[in-house]
Design a protein around this ligand. Structure first.
Ligand code: FAD
Ligand code: MG
Ligand code: MG
Ligand code: MG
Ligand code: MG
Length: 551
């Protein structure tokens, strides 16, 4: 490695392109990537790593395919099958990207340095800490589970965020069954041990509850015949329904199916405390009720990592909950810093903030009014810069901008209508209501990683030729189009070989055939042929032999 071969050699090695025979260019700019999850890994896979000196820092030396984590909790899929070593991913790219297994604990954007700490080895100071310089920093550190400071959750609940979490859950489910089988317990004690509580009716909580129900009915009931009737699964959700991010038809189907399966769905209940053997929930009608439980899985949402909160304070974002970027995924307050995925949110620029400027640019003939044609000429630019305009027109079933202009005029006049600035403002006054935060999903994180990598691949080109295709003002001129999310649909596996899917265009599909769609999509999306083979063989093994219950 670099350390043992001496400083000079290490230096030449790290700039190997400049060493022999080739013309010496300026040194490559340094990109540091924090995180090897969906955002970071997709960025790295799409980056032209010959253009930069790239370093990757993450406390985990692998990528985890999180959509299959619920399957790991019950042994449907093995942990090894859902992870891919980051070094293997980097090696496949062929460049000389460096990886350090460490976590960043402080970002010093004023000096363009990050502070890191290794948990597996110490330096001469005895603490494993080191500094890394960057020209560009890509923050892709994801989020942490959020307990909303509910007492007892940290100590008594299981989480489902990392591969280790899924493994712990698997072991503990088996412990609950073995404990409930011990000879010296009475019926009440057995019941308590076999009460599984899932807190949070989002996609992860629902999928885990479904997976656990399948495991119990398909596999464990045969192995634990004398206690299987004592098993109870409860799903607790504070809102009025589970899966609220999905279409109503999916929500209803899921609630009905869980009802038939005997999963106790408690909507409208808020968990306020988790003690060692009882979980307390609240409902306006019933007040506080404490329920004994054997195992609780907490899956209510995500929060910002502490070192990111600290960084936000430094750069004047202390009042926000989530790190904000602009539509180009840049953290505005600091040069060269970008953020993707669950750790950040895009602060979409509002039309109303720029309305006078938009009017001025569109009014080519300086007449003080806009014709339909004048608006149409800048419409593509407006759509790119403010996607909410297109969403708004769609949501009102308006056929393009002419409709909007006529509606603003309040009558169905001819094509010749013109809008003054006040009328233009009024016409667009509601479009910003269509601005929505993107969901915290792998789909968003990976599209952002890919988008950012493509920007970096073109960056040099852009620096030499900054005149971009986008002319809408308010942000200066940009070579790159802002990030735009394309929603490809979302699955909700519900157990019993049934899945619900909400595909683009509000296309809903539910049932066994959708489960097969799910299998094929997730087999296709695997990051390597190795994990694809492993996952498919796990599924086949499960079909033939059932799930393994030895833990
Ligand atoms: P992550 O993928 O979480 O990656 C964060 C990375 O940063 C990790 O490598 C981590 O080790 C590293 N890191 C953490 N702290 C530091 C630090 N201090 N310094 C450096 N590195 C650090 N999404 C879907 O679209 N479909 C699904 O079906 C789906 N199912 C899911 C099921 C489960 C159980 C879970 C937990 C999530 C699921 N998601 C799903 C959501 C999806 O996993 C996340 O939205 C996605 O992982 C976000 O990507 P990310 O890169 O922002 O963060
Ligand atoms: Mg990541
Ligand atoms: Mg991940
Ligand atoms: Mg985000
Ligand atoms: Mg005009």
């Amino acid at each position: 490695g670099a350390a043992s071969s001496g400083g000079l050699v290490a230096y030449a090695d790290s700039n190997s392109d400049d060493v022999v025979g080739k013309p010496q260019g300026p040194p490559k700019k340094k990109i540091v990537v924090l995180g090897t999850g969906w955002g970071g890994t997709t960025f790295l896979r799409n980056l032209d790593s010959r253009l930069y000196d790239v370093q990757v820092i993450s406390p985990r030396n692998y990528f985890a395919f999180t959509p299959l984590l619920p399957s790991v909790t019950c042994g449907t899929v093995e942990p090894r099958s859902v992870v891919e070593p980051i070094r293997r991913i980097l090696e496949k790219k062929g460049g000389d990207i460096k990886f350090w297994e460490a976590e960043c604990f402080k970002i010093d954007s004023a000096n363009k340095k990050i502070h890191c700490r290794s948990n597996i080895g110490t330096n001469l100071d005895g603490n494993g800490e080191f500094l890394v310089d960057y020209d560009y920093l890509v923050i892709a550190v994801g989020a942490r589970s959020n307990t909303f400071n509910t007492p007892g959750v940290e100590e008594n609940c299981f989480f489902l965020k990392e591969v280790e979490d899924a493994q712990k859950i698997r072991r503990n489910v088996m412990d609950c069954f073995e404990r409930a089988s011990l000879p010296y317990l009475d019926e009440e004690e057995r019941k308590k041990n076999l009460h599984f509580v899932v807190v949070g009716g989002g996609p992860t909580g629902v999928e885990f509850a479904a997976e656990l129900h399948d495991f119990v009915t398909e596999d464990l009931s045969k192995l634990y015949p004398s206690i299987q009737h004592l098993v109870k699964i409860s799903l607790i959700e504070a809102a009025d329904h589970i899966l609220t991010m999905f279409d109503k038809r999916i929500t209803e189907f899921a609630e009905d199916k869980f009802g038939r399966d005997g999963i106790d769905v408690k909507t409208g209940y808020k968990v306020v405390k988790v003690a060692k053997d009882a979980i307390t929930m609240q409902n306006p009608a019933t007040g506080d009720i404490a329920v004994p439980y054997g195992m609780a899985v907490w899956s209510t949402g995500i929060g910002t990592r502490p070192f990111i909160s600290e960084f936000m304070k430094q750069i004047g974002q202390g009042k926000r909950r989530v790190l904000a970027t602009d539509e180009w995924l840049r953290v505005r307050e600091c040069d060269g810093v970008y953020a993707v995925g669950d750790c950040a949110t895009i602060n979409q620029r509002r039309v109303m903030d720029d309305i006078s400027e938009i009017f001025r640019v569109a009014d080519k003939d300086n007449s003080g009014t806009l014709t339909v044609k004048e608006i149409q000429d800048v419409l593509d630019d407006i759509y790119v810069r403010y996607p909410q305009v297109e969403l708004y027109l769609k949501s009102r079933q308006m056929n393009g901008i002419a409709d909007l202009v006529r509606t603003a005029k309040g009558d169905a006049e001819k094509e010749s209508v013109e809008l003054n600035i006040e009328e233009f403002k009024k016409a667009l006054s509601l479009v910003d209501s269509q601005v929505k935060n993107l969901p915290a999903t792998a789909q968003v994180a990976s599209q952002q990683g890919q988008y950012l990598a493509r920007c970096f691949n073109k960056m040099k080109d852009a620096e030499e030729n900054p005149e971009g295709p986008i002319r809408i003002r308010g942000e200066g001129r940009h070579r790159f189009r802002p990030f735009r999310y394309r929603h490809l649909g979302q699955f909700a596996p519900l157990g019993g070989e049934q899945t619900a899917a909400q595909l683009p265009g509000d296309w809903i599909s539910i049932g066994h055939s959708t489960q097969w769609l799910w299998y094929s999509v997730y087999a296709t999306k695997q990051i390597s042929w190795r994990t694809r083979a492993l996952v498919i063989s796990d599924w086949s093994r499960r079909f033939i032999f059932g799930r393994d219950s030895s833990c």
